[in-house]
Write a protein that binds this ligand. Structure first.
Ligand code: BJW
Ligand code: ZN
Length: 257
């Protein structure tokens, strides 16, 4: 079973000693569950134009098109399972005195894997709300629907995700920036590092003295800012890091007691 990579002495040291760890995930962490990424060769943006689907202007121009695209994606993520990477990240939550999991993903797979707290920077595809009055909407979320729904106020129901040009949820972004600025280890996992402000989080961490590691099958736009890059799939790497951390933390507990 064992994955063929070795954990560097620097990473091992910080996994054993860190009080605060911060993780940012992107679409790559869900790729091995069968959720398409955005910018890979077979990703969503290779087939669909983001400006026709993932902007408020696109939704205003063609609510049925945007709603049906998100209905298709909602159906797709509901049909997949969290992978070993999500499960390992859920295990990491109890390994460190402070652990912050931040995701750009809208697929809910971290929560389904058991992560106790997930800071969703780009929303959640399972949540819908009225574009006019913001009232949460619970009807017709699960079955595929190609027709955009209306709220009782007459406004359009929109997916609860963050589109280009829209602000990120204020509190989640604040928590994310603070966690990045105050951690000893920052892991940037499965993100191309092209979308801001999420992509500045590893840079904030590095600027404030954290050890910063990327786990990504390819180089990203922010690889050059990392202390090290592990160029392997996250579902392979994360269980190994968790086992290693558990062994280190258990042995330090038994020697200190
Ligand atoms: C694996 C793997 C495996 C594969 N294991 N790895 C500063 C500079 C320039 C522009 C801006 C800026 N600040 C703001 C902007 C504008 C804009 C932006 O960033 N534009 C850039 C693209 C140029 N940002 C915004 O508009 C944001 N809002 C904002 O900042 O408000 C204030 C403001 C507005 C306007 C101007 C200035 C300020 C909002 C961004 C919202 C992003 N929304 C989306 C859609 C969400 C809903 C949906 O799901 O449909 O979010 S776009 C899409 O990209 C989605 C993702 O969360 C996001 C990031 O993608 P991610 O996760 O990195 O995926 P990929 O596909 O890019 O990469 C996958 C990676 O995984 C790859 O690297 C693979 O190699 C790797 N991989 N398999 C490990 N098994
Ligand atoms: Zn409404």
């Amino acid at each position: 079973m064992g994955a063929s990579f070795s954990i560097s002495p620097q990473l091992s040291q910080v996994l054993g000693a860190a009080e605060a760890v911060c993780v940012l995930t992107g679409a790559g962490v869900s790729a091995e569950s069968g959720v398409p990424t955005f910018r890979d060769a077979d990703g969503l943006w290779a087939k669909y134009n983001p400006y026709e689907l993932a902007t408020p202007q696109a939704f205003a121009a063609n609510p049925d098109l945007v709603w049906s695209w998100y209905s298709w994606r909602r159906e797709r993520v509901a049909a997949v399972q969290p992978n070993a990477g999500h499960v390992a990240l859920a295990g990491f939550a109890s390994m460190f005195p402070r652990f912050t999991l931040i995701t750009q993903n809208v697929d809910n797979l971290h929560a389904r894997a058991g992560s106790p707290e997930v800071h969703e920077l780009h929303g959640n595809i399972e949540h819908s709300r009225c574009a006019s009055c913001s009232l949460p909407y619970h009807g017709d979320a699960a079955p595929r629907s190609s027709i955009a729904q209306r709220c009782s106020c007459g406004g359009w129901i929109r997916p609860g995700v963050v589109w280009f040009g829209e602000s990120l949820p204020e509190r989640e972004l604040l928590v994310a920036r603070e966690a990045a600025a105050n951690c000893a280890l920052f892991l940037s996992i499965g993100t191309s590092g092209q979308v801001y402000p999420a992509a500045e989080l590893p840079l904030i961490a590095r600027h404030n003295g954290a050890y910063v590691v990327e786990i990504n099958t390819e180089a990203s736009a922010i690889s050059e800012h990392m202390h090290e890059c592990i160029a392997l799939p996250s579902a392979t790497v994360l269980p190994v890091l968790l086992d290693h951390t558990r062994a280190l933390r258990n042995s330090s507990r038994s020697t200190s007691s």
